[in-house]
Design a protein around this ligand. Structure first.
Ligand code: UD1
Length: 378
């Protein structure tokens, strides 16, 4: 499978070149932006950043119980909230009246509970996106920022000392149970060295959620091709920060550790804690959305960007730093594993820096210290 940003999409100029430029609206002009999922964790920060930049914003949010335990607010950062499910064609058509750009954050996230979640993931994330794209085309709206995810890559980038770049197979129960956590070279079995994953890496979704994110990318690429529109897909790495939902079956590891510490329990670190991720602060994610919004005014076609801090850390380090900052019990490295987990995913932030002018501003140490006592939602 290839990335829509590479050979898949003929409108895109190719993975190693910047997107096609076209004259756009005056940068800085007030734009009316519809933010789907704008009442959620990331959406709230995105809406705040857009409002601070002077844009007019309307929020569309379904108030899905997986993301919202409290009733939806009437407004987010002064932007009115419309409660609607994206699959409701009449409601989304109505909400798009007078809108210039859509910033599409709404999605069911995480690994879910079991396969009974599958229809709802596909319904919210893919059917919802399809109904939105059709309504945008009817309304003549051609600019879209898509919240995608690093989960589209599956495992990150690896190199074998003897055989060069390698694509490891999913890890087996036998290997994980024996504590062999590092993916092995398919040719010689040596443990691979992790490297930085770039946007033209092959797509390799390893969970239902990941599959729905890949489908969103392909659907939006096809839409851009057919409408001549502009899509920026932001592949978020591990987002954390104030307002993150408390521990749920859909939560990422930062919220799980933070919730454990809040309850006086030690964070439980799976595997040996050496798995690497890029934890990016939610205010940086909001800034990336603002930069992407501007880019959709001057480009056409489809383009993906990693949204990452550029400072990879291990899961064990994050647990240790959070525990220290919260003055809580030290993490327990349990050796447990989840079959769906990938070992390392660490991003190159270079393309977003070069083309969007986005550079994460919150250093991980400061961000984690703030997060240790920041309010959570729900
Ligand atoms: C996470 C999100 C994914 C999102 C991506 C980028 C989930 C479940 N995953 O992927 O949706 O797109 O970030 O933002 O929401 N771990 C522990 N202890 C725990 C739980 C997890 O050590 O209690 C470990 C896991 O084994 C894994 C790592 O922490 O190695 C990260 O887990 P998690 O945050 O769930 O998943 P990601 O794959 O990073």
């Amino acid at each position: 499978m290839t990335s829509p940003g590479s050979s898949y999409d003929p409108l895109t100029d190719g993975p190693d070149r910047p997107p096609r430029r076209r004259p756009g609206p005056t940068v800085g002009a007030v734009t009316h932006v519809l933010v789907t999922g704008g009442a959620g964790f990331i959406g709230t920060h995105v809406v705040t950043a857009l409002r601070e930049a002077g844009h007019r914003v309307t929020v569309a949010d379904a108030g899905h119980p997986g993301a919202h335990r409290e009733p939806l607010p009437d407004a987010v950062a002064g932007a009115p909230v419309r409660r609607l499910d994206l699959r409701d064609r009449a409601a989304i058509t109505d909400a798009l009246a007078g809108v210039d750009v859509v910033v599409h954050q709404a999605a069911m996230v995480g690994l879910g509970v079991d396969l009974d979640d599958l229809p709802e993931y596909v319904g919210c994330n893919d059917l919802g996106t399809a109904v939105l794209l059709a309504a945008m085309a009817r309304a003549g709206i051609h600019r879209l920022v898509l919240a995608s995810s690093m989960v589209v890559y599956g495992e990150g980038a690896y190199t074998c000392p003897a055989h060069g770049p390698a694509r490891p197979a999913p890890r087996t129960v036998a290997d994980l149970a024996a504590g062999r956590f590092e993916p092995a070279c398919p040719q010689c079995g040596t443990a691979l060295e992790p490297g930085l994953v770039t946007e033209d890496a092959p797509l390799d979704p390893r969970s239902v959620y990941a599959a729905t994110k890949v489908a969103q990318e392909h659907l939006t690429a096809a839409w851009a091709r057919q409408t001549g529109g502009a899509v920026v897909a932001l592949r978020y790495h591990n987002v954390y920060g104030p307002g993150m939902p408390r521990d749920t079956p859909y939560s990422g590891v930062a919220a799980i550790f933070r919730s454990a510490l809040e309850a006086g329990r030690a964070p439980r670190v799976f595997e040996d804690g050496g798995q690497r991720r890029d934890f990016v602060h939610v205010r940086d994610v909001a800034a990336a959305n603002l930069a992407a919004l501007t880019a959709t005014g001057t480009m056409s076609g489809w383009r993906a960007y990693n949204v990452a801090s550029g400072h990879p850390v291990t899961v064990g380090e994050i647990a240790g730093e959070l525990a220290r900052a919260a003055d809580g019990p030290s993490p327990l490295v349990t050796g447990e594993f989840r079959l769906g987990d990938v070992r390392h995913v660490v991003a190159s932030p270079a393309r977003a820096r070069a083309e969007l002018g986005f550079r994460a501003a919150v250093p991980p140490a400061a961000g984690i210290a703030e997060f240790a006592s920041a309010p959570l939602r729900g």
